[in-house]
Design a protein around this ligand. Structure first.
Ligand SMILES: Cc1cc2nc3c(=O)[nH]c(=O)nc-3n(C[C@H](O)[C@H](O)[C@H](O)COP(=O)(O)OP(=O)(O)OC[C@H]3O[C@@H](n4cnc5c(N)ncnc54)[C@H](O)[C@@H]3O)c2cc1C
Length: 460
Protein backbone atom coordinates (compact mmCIF):
# COMPACT_ATOMS: atom_id res chain seq x y z
CA UNK A 1 0.00 0.00 0.00
CA UNK A 2 1.47 3.41 -0.96
CA UNK A 3 1.31 5.80 1.97
CA UNK A 4 1.58 9.54 1.53
CA UNK A 5 4.39 10.52 3.84
CA UNK A 6 4.09 12.94 6.77
CA UNK A 7 6.37 15.99 6.80
CA UNK A 8 9.80 14.98 8.10
CA UNK A 9 9.96 16.80 11.42
CA UNK A 10 11.35 14.26 13.88
CA UNK A 11 15.03 14.59 14.77
CA UNK A 12 17.33 11.75 15.73
CA UNK A 13 18.40 11.61 19.37
CA UNK A 14 21.00 9.47 21.16
CA UNK A 15 24.57 8.95 19.91
CA UNK A 16 24.40 9.43 16.17
CA UNK A 17 27.12 8.14 13.85
CA UNK A 18 27.16 9.17 10.19
CA UNK A 19 29.63 8.07 7.48
CA UNK A 20 32.73 10.22 7.85
CA UNK A 21 32.60 10.07 11.63
CA UNK A 22 35.85 8.46 12.92
CA UNK A 23 33.84 5.80 14.73
CA UNK A 24 31.67 4.94 11.69
CA UNK A 25 33.67 1.91 10.61
CA UNK A 26 33.66 0.28 14.02
CA UNK A 27 30.00 1.23 14.49
CA UNK A 28 28.82 -0.46 11.28
CA UNK A 29 30.63 -3.81 11.55
CA UNK A 30 28.88 -7.06 12.40
CA UNK A 31 30.43 -9.93 14.35
CA UNK A 32 30.40 -12.05 11.18
CA UNK A 33 32.99 -10.33 8.97
CA UNK A 34 31.60 -12.15 5.92
CA UNK A 35 29.39 -9.07 5.72
CA UNK A 36 30.41 -5.45 5.32
CA UNK A 37 27.39 -3.16 5.03
CA UNK A 38 27.28 0.61 4.86
CA UNK A 39 24.30 2.17 6.65
CA UNK A 40 23.27 5.78 6.06
CA UNK A 41 23.35 6.36 9.82
CA UNK A 42 23.65 4.41 13.06
CA UNK A 43 21.85 5.60 16.18
CA UNK A 44 23.03 4.32 19.53
CA UNK A 45 19.90 4.77 21.63
CA UNK A 46 20.16 5.55 25.33
CA UNK A 47 16.49 5.83 26.19
CA UNK A 48 13.29 4.36 24.83
CA UNK A 49 12.46 7.82 23.46
CA UNK A 50 15.58 7.65 21.24
CA UNK A 51 14.21 4.43 19.72
CA UNK A 52 10.80 6.04 19.15
CA UNK A 53 12.44 9.05 17.49
CA UNK A 54 14.63 6.88 15.27
CA UNK A 55 11.69 4.82 14.00
CA UNK A 56 9.65 7.97 13.36
CA UNK A 57 12.63 9.62 11.63
CA UNK A 58 13.00 6.62 9.34
CA UNK A 59 9.28 6.32 8.57
CA UNK A 60 8.84 10.02 7.82
CA UNK A 61 11.65 9.80 5.27
CA UNK A 62 10.89 6.34 3.88
CA UNK A 63 14.29 5.05 4.98
CA UNK A 64 14.61 1.31 5.74
CA UNK A 65 15.67 0.38 9.24
CA UNK A 66 17.21 -2.47 11.19
CA UNK A 67 17.17 -3.27 14.91
CA UNK A 68 20.55 -4.16 16.35
CA UNK A 69 21.88 -5.11 19.79
CA UNK A 70 24.68 -7.69 20.08
CA UNK A 71 25.44 -7.78 16.27
CA UNK A 72 25.71 -11.59 16.30
CA UNK A 73 23.16 -12.39 13.57
CA UNK A 74 24.73 -15.16 11.45
CA UNK A 75 23.34 -13.61 8.26
CA UNK A 76 23.81 -9.95 9.35
CA UNK A 77 20.08 -9.28 9.62
CA UNK A 78 20.93 -6.41 11.97
CA UNK A 79 22.94 -4.58 9.30
CA UNK A 80 21.79 -2.69 6.21
CA UNK A 81 23.15 -0.78 3.23
CA UNK A 82 21.80 2.76 2.95
CA UNK A 83 19.34 2.51 5.84
CA UNK A 84 19.35 3.35 9.53
CA UNK A 85 20.59 0.95 12.20
CA UNK A 86 18.76 1.47 15.47
CA UNK A 87 21.15 0.10 18.05
CA UNK A 88 20.12 -0.73 21.62
CA UNK A 89 23.59 -1.63 22.95
CA UNK A 90 23.95 1.48 25.09
CA UNK A 91 20.75 0.69 26.98
CA UNK A 92 22.23 -1.77 29.42
CA UNK A 93 20.69 -1.42 32.86
CA UNK A 94 20.15 -4.58 34.92
CA UNK A 95 18.18 -4.66 38.17
CA UNK A 96 17.40 -7.72 40.24
CA UNK A 97 14.55 -8.16 42.70
CA UNK A 98 15.80 -11.09 44.78
CA UNK A 99 12.53 -11.29 46.76
CA UNK A 100 10.35 -11.68 43.70
CA UNK A 101 13.09 -13.55 41.80
CA UNK A 102 12.78 -11.36 38.74
CA UNK A 103 15.30 -9.26 36.81
CA UNK A 104 14.68 -6.26 34.60
CA UNK A 105 17.28 -6.35 31.84
CA UNK A 106 17.57 -3.71 29.14
CA UNK A 107 18.11 -5.21 25.72
CA UNK A 108 21.55 -3.68 25.10
CA UNK A 109 23.22 -6.11 27.48
CA UNK A 110 25.63 -8.76 26.22
CA UNK A 111 25.37 -12.12 27.97
CA UNK A 112 28.61 -11.73 29.91
CA UNK A 113 27.22 -8.61 31.61
CA UNK A 114 23.87 -10.28 32.28
CA UNK A 115 25.54 -13.28 33.94
CA UNK A 116 27.85 -11.03 36.00
CA UNK A 117 25.12 -8.65 37.22
CA UNK A 118 22.83 -11.53 38.15
CA UNK A 119 25.68 -13.44 39.80
CA UNK A 120 26.20 -10.47 42.16
CA UNK A 121 22.78 -11.41 43.57
CA UNK A 122 23.44 -15.15 43.21
CA UNK A 123 20.75 -15.66 40.61
CA UNK A 124 20.92 -16.84 37.00
CA UNK A 125 18.98 -16.71 33.76
CA UNK A 126 19.34 -19.70 31.43
CA UNK A 127 21.06 -18.23 28.36
CA UNK A 128 23.78 -18.87 25.79
CA UNK A 129 27.52 -19.35 26.06
CA UNK A 130 29.20 -16.62 23.98
CA UNK A 131 29.94 -13.59 26.19
CA UNK A 132 29.19 -10.90 23.63
CA UNK A 133 25.97 -12.31 22.15
CA UNK A 134 23.15 -9.84 22.84
CA UNK A 135 20.39 -10.83 25.24
CA UNK A 136 18.08 -9.00 22.80
CA UNK A 137 18.32 -11.30 19.77
CA UNK A 138 19.06 -14.41 21.84
CA UNK A 139 15.79 -14.10 23.77
CA UNK A 140 13.53 -13.25 20.84
CA UNK A 141 14.71 -16.36 18.97
CA UNK A 142 14.71 -18.75 21.96
CA UNK A 143 18.02 -18.83 23.83
CA UNK A 144 19.74 -22.15 24.41
CA UNK A 145 22.58 -22.86 26.82
CA UNK A 146 23.95 -24.97 29.62
CA UNK A 147 20.95 -24.48 31.93
CA UNK A 148 18.34 -25.20 29.25
CA UNK A 149 17.28 -28.68 30.26
CA UNK A 150 16.64 -27.66 33.86
CA UNK A 151 15.30 -24.12 33.48
CA UNK A 152 14.17 -23.92 29.85
CA UNK A 153 15.11 -21.55 27.06
CA UNK A 154 15.81 -17.89 27.79
CA UNK A 155 12.47 -16.99 26.22
CA UNK A 156 10.65 -19.43 28.52
CA UNK A 157 11.67 -17.19 31.42
CA UNK A 158 10.55 -13.97 29.73
CA UNK A 159 7.57 -12.50 31.59
CA UNK A 160 7.38 -9.10 30.00
CA UNK A 161 8.85 -7.11 27.17
CA UNK A 162 8.81 -3.39 26.46
CA UNK A 163 8.81 -2.93 22.70
CA UNK A 164 8.68 0.11 20.45
CA UNK A 165 6.31 -0.68 17.61
CA UNK A 166 5.28 1.31 14.57
CA UNK A 167 1.99 3.17 14.97
CA UNK A 168 -0.24 5.04 12.56
CA UNK A 169 1.08 6.43 9.30
CA UNK A 170 4.56 7.47 10.44
CA UNK A 171 4.59 7.05 14.20
CA UNK A 172 6.08 4.78 16.82
CA UNK A 173 5.15 4.02 20.42
CA UNK A 174 6.37 1.93 23.32
CA UNK A 175 4.07 -0.82 24.56
CA UNK A 176 4.33 -3.41 27.29
CA UNK A 177 3.55 -7.03 26.46
CA UNK A 178 2.92 -9.49 29.28
CA UNK A 179 0.31 -12.10 30.13
CA UNK A 180 -2.36 -9.45 30.78
CA UNK A 181 -1.83 -7.06 27.88
CA UNK A 182 -0.59 -7.68 24.34
CA UNK A 183 -0.15 -11.32 25.34
CA UNK A 184 -0.02 -12.25 21.65
CA UNK A 185 3.11 -10.11 21.26
CA UNK A 186 4.67 -11.76 24.31
CA UNK A 187 3.89 -15.16 22.75
CA UNK A 188 5.57 -14.04 19.50
CA UNK A 189 8.58 -12.60 21.37
CA UNK A 190 9.26 -16.02 22.84
CA UNK A 191 10.88 -17.60 19.80
CA UNK A 192 9.43 -15.61 16.89
CA UNK A 193 12.86 -14.14 16.12
CA UNK A 194 14.42 -10.67 16.34
CA UNK A 195 13.60 -7.72 14.12
CA UNK A 196 10.05 -8.79 13.18
CA UNK A 197 7.58 -6.77 15.23
CA UNK A 198 9.37 -3.80 16.74
CA UNK A 199 12.43 -2.92 18.79
CA UNK A 200 12.58 -4.47 22.26
CA UNK A 201 14.05 -2.12 24.84
CA UNK A 202 13.62 -3.99 28.12
CA UNK A 203 12.85 -7.48 29.34
CA UNK A 204 11.54 -8.79 32.65
CA UNK A 205 12.74 -12.32 33.37
CA UNK A 206 12.11 -14.91 36.03
CA UNK A 207 15.50 -15.84 37.51
CA UNK A 208 16.77 -18.85 39.47
CA UNK A 209 18.95 -19.11 42.58
CA UNK A 210 22.46 -20.32 41.75
CA UNK A 211 25.74 -20.97 43.58
CA UNK A 212 28.09 -23.72 42.42
CA UNK A 213 27.78 -26.12 39.52
CA UNK A 214 29.94 -28.98 38.27
CA UNK A 215 31.39 -29.01 34.80
CA UNK A 216 33.15 -31.59 32.68
CA UNK A 217 35.19 -31.84 29.53
CA UNK A 218 36.24 -35.06 27.82
CA UNK A 219 38.33 -35.16 24.67
CA UNK A 220 38.91 -38.05 22.32
CA UNK A 221 40.85 -38.60 19.15
CA UNK A 222 38.91 -38.12 15.92
CA UNK A 223 39.21 -41.82 15.15
CA UNK A 224 36.74 -42.52 18.02
CA UNK A 225 33.96 -40.63 16.20
CA UNK A 226 31.88 -43.67 15.18
CA UNK A 227 31.72 -44.85 18.80
CA UNK A 228 31.61 -41.57 20.71
CA UNK A 229 28.99 -39.65 18.72
CA UNK A 230 26.23 -42.31 18.95
CA UNK A 231 26.99 -42.85 22.65
CA UNK A 232 26.65 -39.14 23.39
CA UNK A 233 23.45 -38.93 21.36
CA UNK A 234 21.80 -41.63 23.46
CA UNK A 235 23.27 -40.39 26.74
CA UNK A 236 22.59 -36.63 26.53
CA UNK A 237 18.76 -36.58 26.35
CA UNK A 238 18.27 -39.51 28.75
CA UNK A 239 20.35 -38.24 31.67
CA UNK A 240 18.86 -36.07 34.48
CA UNK A 241 17.58 -32.66 33.36
CA UNK A 242 20.10 -31.06 35.76
CA UNK A 243 22.79 -31.93 33.21
CA UNK A 244 22.98 -30.19 29.84
CA UNK A 245 25.83 -31.25 27.59
CA UNK A 246 27.45 -30.64 24.23
CA UNK A 247 29.65 -32.46 21.78
CA UNK A 248 31.85 -30.85 19.16
CA UNK A 249 33.60 -32.72 16.39
CA UNK A 250 36.37 -30.84 14.66
CA UNK A 251 37.64 -31.30 11.13
CA UNK A 252 39.74 -34.43 10.66
CA UNK A 253 42.78 -32.19 10.27
CA UNK A 254 42.38 -30.80 13.80
CA UNK A 255 41.46 -34.33 14.86
CA UNK A 256 39.55 -33.71 18.07
CA UNK A 257 36.19 -34.59 19.63
CA UNK A 258 35.18 -32.81 22.82
CA UNK A 259 32.13 -33.19 25.00
CA UNK A 260 31.41 -30.64 27.74
CA UNK A 261 28.55 -30.17 30.14
CA UNK A 262 27.23 -28.56 33.27
CA UNK A 263 25.43 -30.25 36.18
CA UNK A 264 23.45 -28.63 38.93
CA UNK A 265 25.01 -31.04 41.41
CA UNK A 266 28.34 -32.27 42.77
CA UNK A 267 31.47 -33.35 40.90
CA UNK A 268 31.06 -36.82 42.37
CA UNK A 269 27.57 -37.16 40.95
CA UNK A 270 28.77 -35.79 37.61
CA UNK A 271 31.55 -38.37 37.42
CA UNK A 272 28.95 -41.10 37.94
CA UNK A 273 26.57 -39.64 35.38
CA UNK A 274 29.15 -39.33 32.61
CA UNK A 275 30.38 -42.91 32.98
CA UNK A 276 28.93 -43.97 29.62
CA UNK A 277 31.09 -41.27 28.01
CA UNK A 278 34.19 -42.13 30.02
CA UNK A 279 33.84 -45.76 28.97
CA UNK A 280 33.55 -45.19 25.23
CA UNK A 281 36.59 -44.99 22.97
CA UNK A 282 39.83 -43.81 24.54
CA UNK A 283 39.43 -40.46 26.30
CA UNK A 284 42.70 -38.55 26.05
CA UNK A 285 41.82 -35.79 28.51
CA UNK A 286 39.19 -35.66 31.25
CA UNK A 287 38.28 -32.75 33.51
CA UNK A 288 35.51 -32.81 36.13
CA UNK A 289 35.24 -30.13 38.79
CA UNK A 290 32.93 -28.02 40.90
CA UNK A 291 33.16 -24.28 40.29
CA UNK A 292 31.14 -21.17 41.01
CA UNK A 293 28.46 -20.62 38.38
CA UNK A 294 30.20 -17.47 37.14
CA UNK A 295 33.44 -19.42 36.59
CA UNK A 296 31.46 -21.99 34.64
CA UNK A 297 30.12 -19.27 32.30
CA UNK A 298 33.74 -18.24 31.63
CA UNK A 299 34.76 -21.83 30.95
CA UNK A 300 32.03 -22.24 28.32
CA UNK A 301 32.68 -18.76 26.89
CA UNK A 302 36.33 -19.53 26.24
CA UNK A 303 35.60 -21.85 23.33
CA UNK A 304 33.84 -19.04 21.46
CA UNK A 305 36.85 -16.72 21.49
CA UNK A 306 39.64 -16.36 18.93
CA UNK A 307 37.73 -17.94 16.09
CA UNK A 308 38.19 -17.11 12.43
CA UNK A 309 36.30 -13.88 11.66
CA UNK A 310 34.14 -14.96 8.69
CA UNK A 311 31.74 -17.84 8.84
CA UNK A 312 28.81 -19.72 7.40
CA UNK A 313 26.69 -21.68 9.82
CA UNK A 314 23.52 -23.63 9.52
CA UNK A 315 21.49 -25.38 12.21
CA UNK A 316 19.08 -28.30 12.54
CA UNK A 317 17.31 -30.33 15.20
CA UNK A 318 17.71 -33.98 16.09
CA UNK A 319 14.35 -35.44 17.08
CA UNK A 320 16.08 -38.80 17.44
CA UNK A 321 19.68 -40.03 17.42
CA UNK A 322 21.39 -40.17 14.04
CA UNK A 323 21.49 -43.63 12.50
CA UNK A 324 24.84 -45.02 11.43
CA UNK A 325 24.44 -43.49 7.95
CA UNK A 326 24.03 -40.05 9.51
CA UNK A 327 27.21 -40.42 11.57
CA UNK A 328 29.00 -41.55 8.40
CA UNK A 329 27.92 -38.32 6.68
CA UNK A 330 29.42 -36.29 9.53
CA UNK A 331 32.65 -38.26 9.28
CA UNK A 332 32.86 -37.89 5.49
CA UNK A 333 32.19 -34.15 5.49
CA UNK A 334 34.60 -33.38 8.32
CA UNK A 335 37.25 -35.54 6.65
CA UNK A 336 36.99 -33.39 3.52
CA UNK A 337 36.29 -30.03 5.15
CA UNK A 338 37.35 -26.99 3.09
CA UNK A 339 39.63 -25.90 5.89
CA UNK A 340 40.51 -26.96 9.42
CA UNK A 341 38.08 -24.52 11.10
CA UNK A 342 35.02 -26.59 10.27
CA UNK A 343 33.02 -28.30 12.97
CA UNK A 344 29.82 -30.06 13.93
CA UNK A 345 28.49 -29.01 17.30
CA UNK A 346 25.54 -30.50 19.11
CA UNK A 347 23.78 -29.67 22.39
CA UNK A 348 21.18 -31.62 24.35
CA UNK A 349 17.85 -29.84 24.72
CA UNK A 350 15.00 -32.26 25.38
CA UNK A 351 14.33 -35.67 26.90
CA UNK A 352 14.19 -36.88 30.55
CA UNK A 353 11.98 -34.20 32.10
CA UNK A 354 13.64 -31.35 30.24
CA UNK A 355 11.85 -28.05 30.79
CA UNK A 356 12.34 -27.22 27.09
CA UNK A 357 10.13 -30.13 26.07
CA UNK A 358 7.57 -29.71 28.84
CA UNK A 359 6.14 -26.68 27.01
CA UNK A 360 3.83 -27.44 24.07
CA UNK A 361 5.18 -26.60 20.56
CA UNK A 362 2.43 -23.97 20.25
CA UNK A 363 2.84 -22.67 23.84
CA UNK A 364 5.37 -20.08 22.64
CA UNK A 365 6.49 -19.15 19.12
CA UNK A 366 9.51 -21.49 19.51
CA UNK A 367 8.19 -24.75 18.01
CA UNK A 368 10.96 -27.35 18.33
CA UNK A 369 9.96 -28.52 21.79
CA UNK A 370 10.27 -32.21 21.02
CA UNK A 371 13.80 -32.11 19.66
CA UNK A 372 16.35 -34.02 21.70
CA UNK A 373 19.36 -32.14 20.37
CA UNK A 374 20.32 -29.15 18.26
CA UNK A 375 23.09 -29.18 15.64
CA UNK A 376 25.30 -26.49 14.24
CA UNK A 377 27.35 -27.13 11.11
CA UNK A 378 29.95 -24.44 10.67
CA UNK A 379 32.82 -23.36 8.46
CA UNK A 380 35.08 -20.43 9.31
CA UNK A 381 37.76 -18.69 7.29
CA UNK A 382 39.84 -15.53 7.01
CA UNK A 383 40.28 -14.58 3.34
CA UNK A 384 37.48 -13.73 0.91
CA UNK A 385 38.73 -16.15 -1.74
CA UNK A 386 37.98 -19.03 0.66
CA UNK A 387 34.31 -18.06 0.92
CA UNK A 388 32.70 -19.89 -2.03
CA UNK A 389 34.03 -23.33 -1.15
CA UNK A 390 33.19 -22.94 2.54
CA UNK A 391 29.64 -21.75 1.87
CA UNK A 392 29.12 -24.56 -0.64
CA UNK A 393 30.43 -27.13 1.83
CA UNK A 394 27.90 -26.04 4.49
CA UNK A 395 25.13 -26.17 1.89
CA UNK A 396 26.03 -29.67 0.74
CA UNK A 397 26.49 -30.88 4.30
CA UNK A 398 23.03 -29.62 5.28
CA UNK A 399 21.50 -31.31 2.25
CA UNK A 400 23.22 -34.61 3.01
CA UNK A 401 21.99 -34.68 6.63
CA UNK A 402 18.45 -33.63 5.73
CA UNK A 403 16.92 -37.13 5.84
CA UNK A 404 17.94 -37.42 9.51
CA UNK A 405 17.31 -33.96 11.00
CA UNK A 406 14.48 -31.44 11.12
CA UNK A 407 14.15 -27.68 10.62
CA UNK A 408 16.48 -25.01 11.94
CA UNK A 409 16.71 -22.66 14.92
CA UNK A 410 15.72 -19.10 13.99
CA UNK A 411 18.79 -17.85 15.88
CA UNK A 412 20.97 -19.94 13.54
CA UNK A 413 19.43 -18.42 10.38
CA UNK A 414 20.54 -19.62 6.99
CA UNK A 415 19.65 -17.74 3.79
CA UNK A 416 20.07 -20.94 1.82
CA UNK A 417 16.99 -22.53 3.40
CA UNK A 418 14.14 -21.98 0.96
CA UNK A 419 11.25 -23.04 3.19
CA UNK A 420 12.54 -21.15 6.22
CA UNK A 421 9.07 -20.41 7.68
CA UNK A 422 8.53 -24.16 8.15
CA UNK A 423 12.12 -24.76 9.29
CA UNK A 424 12.10 -22.01 11.94
CA UNK A 425 8.46 -21.86 12.99
CA UNK A 426 6.64 -25.03 11.92
CA UNK A 427 2.93 -24.76 12.69
CA UNK A 428 3.42 -21.43 14.52
CA UNK A 429 4.04 -19.47 11.31
CA UNK A 430 0.34 -18.78 10.69
CA UNK A 431 -0.12 -17.25 14.14
CA UNK A 432 3.10 -15.26 13.79
CA UNK A 433 1.70 -13.71 10.61
CA UNK A 434 -1.45 -12.68 12.51
CA UNK A 435 0.67 -11.00 15.19
CA UNK A 436 2.70 -9.31 12.46
CA UNK A 437 -0.44 -7.94 10.80
CA UNK A 438 -1.65 -6.57 14.13
CA UNK A 439 1.57 -4.88 15.32
CA UNK A 440 3.36 -4.04 12.08
CA UNK A 441 0.71 -3.85 9.34
CA UNK A 442 2.91 -1.59 7.16
CA UNK A 443 5.86 -4.02 7.37
CA UNK A 444 8.23 -1.40 8.77
CA UNK A 445 10.34 -4.17 10.29
CA UNK A 446 11.47 -6.32 7.41
CA UNK A 447 14.55 -8.14 6.20
CA UNK A 448 15.36 -11.13 3.99
CA UNK A 449 13.68 -13.70 6.28
CA UNK A 450 11.23 -11.55 8.23
CA UNK A 451 7.69 -12.66 8.96
CA UNK A 452 5.56 -11.26 6.16
CA UNK A 453 2.34 -9.28 6.54
CA UNK A 454 0.66 -11.14 3.68
CA UNK A 455 1.29 -14.50 2.13
CA UNK A 456 4.24 -13.55 -0.06
CA UNK A 457 7.76 -14.16 1.19
CA UNK A 458 10.35 -11.49 0.56
CA UNK A 459 12.68 -12.10 -2.39
CA UNK A 460 16.35 -12.20 -1.33
C1 LIG B 1 29.66 -16.74 18.53
C2 LIG B 1 28.19 -16.99 18.68
C3 LIG B 1 27.74 -17.78 19.74
C4 LIG B 1 26.37 -18.02 19.90
N1 LIG B 1 25.96 -18.80 20.95
C5 LIG B 1 24.63 -19.01 21.14
C6 LIG B 1 24.17 -19.78 22.25
O1 LIG B 1 24.94 -20.25 23.08
N2 LIG B 1 22.83 -19.97 22.37
C7 LIG B 1 21.93 -19.45 21.49
O2 LIG B 1 20.73 -19.66 21.66
N3 LIG B 1 22.34 -18.71 20.43
C8 LIG B 1 23.66 -18.49 20.24
N4 LIG B 1 24.07 -17.74 19.17
C9 LIG B 1 23.08 -17.23 18.23
C10 LIG B 1 22.46 -15.96 18.76
O3 LIG B 1 21.40 -16.29 19.66
C11 LIG B 1 21.87 -15.12 17.62
O4 LIG B 1 22.91 -14.76 16.75
C12 LIG B 1 21.14 -13.89 18.13
O5 LIG B 1 20.23 -13.46 17.17
C13 LIG B 1 22.10 -12.77 18.47
O6 LIG B 1 21.44 -11.66 19.00
P1 LIG B 1 22.23 -10.26 19.01
O7 LIG B 1 21.40 -9.28 19.74
O8 LIG B 1 23.63 -10.50 19.46
O9 LIG B 1 22.37 -9.96 17.46
P2 LIG B 1 21.88 -8.84 16.45
O10 LIG B 1 22.65 -9.16 15.20
O11 LIG B 1 22.02 -7.47 17.00
O12 LIG B 1 20.35 -9.17 16.26
C14 LIG B 1 19.89 -10.42 15.83
C15 LIG B 1 18.46 -10.27 15.27
O13 LIG B 1 17.62 -9.68 16.26
C16 LIG B 1 17.18 -8.38 15.85
N5 LIG B 1 17.30 -7.50 17.00
C17 LIG B 1 18.44 -7.07 17.59
N6 LIG B 1 18.14 -6.29 18.62
C18 LIG B 1 16.81 -6.21 18.70
C19 LIG B 1 15.92 -5.54 19.57
N7 LIG B 1 16.37 -4.80 20.57
N8 LIG B 1 14.59 -5.68 19.36
C20 LIG B 1 14.12 -6.43 18.34
N9 LIG B 1 14.92 -7.08 17.47
C21 LIG B 1 16.25 -6.97 17.67
C22 LIG B 1 18.07 -7.98 14.69
O14 LIG B 1 17.42 -7.10 13.80
C23 LIG B 1 18.39 -9.33 14.07
O15 LIG B 1 17.34 -9.76 13.23
C24 LIG B 1 25.44 -17.48 18.99
C25 LIG B 1 25.90 -16.67 17.94
C26 LIG B 1 27.24 -16.44 17.78
C27 LIG B 1 27.70 -15.59 16.62
Amino acid sequence: MALSRKKATTQLTGRIVFPGNPSYNAARMEYNRRFSKFPRVIVFCRRTQDVINAIKWARERGIPLRARSGRHSYEAFSAINGGIIIDASEMNKVTVDRKKMVAHIQTGNPLERVYRKLWNKRVALPAGTAPDVGVAGLTLGGGIGLLSRKYGLTCDNLEQVEMVVASGRCGAKAIIANKNQHSDLLWASRGGGGGNFGIATSYKFRVQPISTVSIYSITWKWSDLDKVFPTWQHFAPSVTNRLTSTIEVSSKKVGKIESTGQLLGSAEELRQLIRPLLQVGTPVKVMVRTVSFIEATKFFAASDLNLEPKFKITGAYGYQPLPRDGVRIIRDFLAKAPNQHATVWCQSLGGAGSTVSRIAPTGTAYPHRNAETIYELSARWRNDNEQPRNVQWVKRFRRALRPFVIGDYVNFPDLQIKNWPKAYYGANFARLKQVKRKYDPHNVFHFAQSIPVGNKLKKK
